[in-house]
Design a protein around this ligand. Structure first.
Ligand SMILES: *Cc1c(COP(=O)(O)O)cnc(C)c1O
Length: 452
C-alpha cells in the first residue's frame, strides 16, 4: 500500500458556508481534463503556465446567445469585440459562426482585415481613430461609430479629400439607471449632445447615417438598463424619421453582459446571480418591438458582446511552486501564475480547481503569484484543499481580457493552446523568447561596452 502523505494537524473554526442553489458547498472535484485532454499531459507538452481555449465552449456559448436573441427578435447580428480576445484563432471561430468584427484601434482594425473580414463588416469604435485609421475605414466602407465632434470634423475633411460617402453612426451615452454613467464616450442623450451630432451629420449631406450605437458599461447585472438604452436609441431613430424622413439601418447596443466570474466582494457566486442571455434578450427585444417602428422597417439589432461569449472558454493551467505559513500562521501557496498573466484577478475571485485528486481537508489559503511584487496576489483568501509543490491546478473563466491585457513583466508570456471539436490541441500562440525581445531593442553604440 502506498504510504499516505502526512498532513499536519490543525485546529480550525467550523464554518457555516452559504449554501448556493445546489445546496452545500459545490465543486469538491478535481479538474483533471479539459475537453478530454489531461491537464498533466498539456502541461508536460506545452509548459507551465499555459492558457487553454476550448473551441467547443466558444461555439456552444455563441450559439446559445444567438438563439436567445433570434427567438425574440427577427434581425440580429453579433460583432466580435476584438479587445476582449484578439487571438486570431479565437476571432476566426467567431467569424466562422457569422460574427462581424468590432474594433477600437488601428491595430485591431488591421488584425480584422488580416483575418479576412471584409471592410464592410468591421465596426470601428473608440475615441482614438487617427487620420490614417479613418482614411482606411472610409476607403473600405467600414462602419464608423463617431465618438466626439473632433472626429466628426476630421471625417468631414476627409470626405472632401477622398470623394467618398462614409457610413457612420454615433455613439450615444445615457442614463440607464446604472451609476456612474459611462459618459466619457460618445454624445449624451439627455442633454441634447446626441441630437446636436445627428443634426450636424444630416445637415452635411455627405455621410450615410446608418446606425445608432451605445455601450453602456461592462459586467452589467441589469437587463432593465438595456431596455432603457434600446428605448432611448429607438427614440432617436424615430426622431430622425420624423424630422428628416431618414431611416437608420441598425441599433447597436454594444457589449457588457456579465460572464460567470464572481466579482470580488460579491456575496453569492456569479453562476447564481447573473442574468441569462434570455433575460437580456427578452428585455431588449421587447423594448425594440414596442417602439413604434413599422413592422417592415425594424432596425437590425447589433450586439458587440465580448466577455460573456468567451470568458468560460478560457482556462489558465499552472503549477505550485511552494507553500508557506504567513507571520500569523495563514496558509500561503505560491504558484507560477502572476497577475501579469491574470489581469482579471484584480476584480474577480477566480475559481481555482486542483488538477489531481486531493484530500478532503481544506483551509483558507492566500494564493500568490511568482512576481517579486507585493501586488501579485491571485486570491486573497480561497478555501482550498492542500496543494503541494509540483501539483497542478486550473484557473477558470479566463478567456476574456487576459490574453489582451496581459503584461510582459519580469518573465515572458507563455503558450496558448486551442482544443478543437475533436479534442485535438493546437498551439495558437507560441511563448515569447529572448529573441523576440532582441528584435525590438536597440542599443546605442556608446553603451555597448563596460568594464566590471
Ligand atoms: C469593450 C467593448 C465591448 C465588449 O464589452 P464586454 O463587456 O466584453 O461585452 C463592446 N463594445 C465596445 C464599444 C467596447 O468598448
Amino acid at each position: 500500500m502506498e504510504k499516505l502523505r502526512y498532513e499536519r494537524p490543525l485546529i480550525k473554526r467550523m464554518e457555516n458556508e452559504m449554501p448556493n442553489k445546489y445546496g452545500g458547498k459545490a465543486d469538491r472535484q478535481p479538474m483533471t481534463h479539459i475537453d478530454g485532454l489531461a491537464v498533466k499531459d498539456l502541461l508536460a507538452e506545452y509548459g507551465s503556465p499555459l492558457f487553454v481555449m476550448s473551441e467547443k465552449t466558444i461555439r456552444s456559448t455563441y450559439k446559445k446567445a444567438l438563439k436567445a436573441f433570434t427567438m425574440r427578435y427577427p434581425r440580429v447580428q453579433f460583432a466580435w469585440s476584438y479587445k476582449t480576445n484578439y487571438m486570431d484563432a479565437v476571432c476566426n471561430i467567431f467569424h466562422q459562426e457569422g460574427s462581424w468584427a468590432e474594433v477600437v484601434s488601428g491595430f485591431e482594425y488591421d488584425k480584422a482585415l488580416k483575418n479576412g473580414v471584409s471592410g464592410k463588416r468591421i465596426i470601428f469604435n473608440g475615441p482614438d481613430k487617427t487620420v490614417s485609421d479613418l482614411t482606411k475605414a472610409i476607403t473600405n466602407d467600414s462602419l464608423i461609430h463617431i465618438d466626439h465632434l473632433d472626429e466628426l470634423y476630421t471625417i468631414m475633411e476627409l470626405i472632401d479629400k477622398l470623394g467618398k460617402r462614409p457610413r457612420v453612426a454615433i455613439r450615444v451615452n445615457m442614463d440607464t439607471g446604472v451609476y456612474p454613467i459611462w459618459d466619457r464616450f460618445g454624445f449624451n442623450y439627455e442633454n441634447g449632445q446626441a441630437w446636436d451630432a445627428l443634426n450636424k451629420i444630416m445637415a452635411s449631406g455627405k455621410m450615410d447615417l446608418v446606425g445608432l450605437h451605445c455601450h453602456i458599461g461592462t459586467y452589467m447585472l441589469s437587463p432593465k438598463a438595456y431596455g432603457i438604452a434600446a428605448s432611448k436609441l429607438s427614440d432617436l431613430a424615430l426622431g430622425l424619421k420624423r424630422r428628416y424622413n431618414h431611416e437608420v439601418k441598425y441599433i447597436d447596443l454594444g457589449g457588457g453582459f456579465p460572464s460567470r466570474n464572481t466579482l470580488k466582494g460579491s456575496y453569492l457566486p456569479a453562476s447564481d446571480t447573473i442574468p441569462s442571455f434570455e433575460d437580456f434578450a427578452e428585455t431588449i427585444a421587447s423594448a425594440l418591438l414596442n417602439a413604434e417602428f413599422p413592422p417592415d422597417a425594424l432596425p437590425l439589432l447589433i450586439l458587440e458582446t465580448g466577455r460573456a461569449l468567451v470568458d468560460e472558454a478560457g482556462y489558465l493551467l499552472g503549477t505550485v511552486i511552494s507553500n508557506k505559513r504567513s507571520s500569523i500562521g495563514k496558509r500561503t501557496t505560491i504558484v507560477d501564475i502572476g497577475v501579469n498573466l491574470l489581469f482579471t484577478s484584480f476584480w474577480y475571485n477566480h475559481k481555482i480547481s486542483p488538477a489531481q485528486e486531493f484530500s478532503s481537508y481544506t483551509e483558507e489559503t492566500t494564493i500568490y503569484g511568482p512576481l517579486c511584487m507585493n501586488i501579485d496576489v491571485i486570491r486573497e483568501s480561497a478555501l482550498m484543499p492542500l496543494l503541494n509543490k509540483g501539483d497542478h491546478f486550473v484557473v477558470h473563466h479566463v478567456g476574456a481580457y487576459n490574453m489582451t491585457q496581459w503584461m510582459q513583466f519580469i518573465t515572458l508570456r507563455p503558450n496558448v493552446v486551442l482544443i478543437d471539436l475533436e479534442g485535438k490541441a493546437h498551439l495558437i500562440r507560441r511563448h515569447e523568447t529572448m529573441d523576440d525581445f532582441e528584435k525590438m531593442e536597440l542599443l546605442p553604440a556608446h553603451l555597448k561596452n563596460f568594464d566590471l
